[in-house]
Ligand binder design. Structure first.
Ligand SMILES: O=C(O)C[C@@H](Cc1ccccc1)[C@H](O)SCc1ccccc1
Ligand code: NI
Length: 183
């Protein structure tokens, strides 16, 4: 099972590298990896398992966070309306997005960042993501608000972008026009 020792931290080159697409159809290894990544996220949200193995709670994970140069992500969370999202995805791509932006008033964190970084992370309020799921099907997800933020955070990892790259350096709590808080 994956644990925190498998997660690379700031300074590791894979966090600032553009990851390579994985071959489709998914190899057995890539399918297994997606399964392991999804299981890690689920484990990280299970109090007992997280405590036993010292896992930091997370809602998403990208393969570059394991030092792997592959465009693979896993997410497992419920949005503010109780809608559940649980996916292992290959080659996810944002194919359209809103002009409107959104941000989490509490800012963001990252399993690969062992420090608190304050500031708002402006992201698109709505995105449409096209990807291959673990069954090898092409899926299209229309995401908004919290779900849109989680997927953008993970897809950023595939492009070597960290959440703090989006924070306004002059004023970390600057709110760009058209940006709405996601409570
Ligand atoms: O490092 C990662 O990619 C996992 C992040 C993803 C994330 C952070 C902030 C906002 C959206 C997604 C972890 O989930 S950070 C810890 C966390 C745990 C529960 C809720 C939000 C953030
Ligand atoms: Ni992260």
């Amino acid at each position: 099972m994956l644990t925190m020792k498998d997660i690379v931290r700031e300074g590791h080159p894979s966090l600032t590298t553009i990851a390579d697409e994985v071959t489709i159809p998914l190899t057995k290894e890539d399918k297994q990896l997606l399964g392991d990544m999804l299981q890690f996220i689920k484990n990280s949200q299970d109090e007992e398992i997280a405590q036993k193995y010292g896992l930091r709670a997370g809602v998403g994970l990208a393969a570059p966070q394991l030092g792997l140069n592959k465009r693979l992500i896993a997410v497992h969370f419920e949005d503010g309306r109780g809608k559940k999202y649980s996916y292992g995805l290959a080659n996810p791509k944002i194919i359209s997005h809103s002009v409107e932006k959104a941000y989490l008033p509490s800012g963001e964190g990252c399993l690969s960042v062992d420090r608190n970084i304050e500031g708002y992370v402006p992201r698109y309020a709505r995105v449409t993501v096209k990807a291959i799921n673990m069954d090898g099907e092409v899926i299209k997800l229309r995401l908004k608000d919290y779900a849109a933020i989680v997927f953008q955070h993970e897809i950023d990892h595939l492009n070597g972008i960290m959440f703090y790259d989006h924070i306004n350096q002059q004023n970390p709590f600057f709110i760009p026009e058209y940006a709405k808080p996601i409570e």
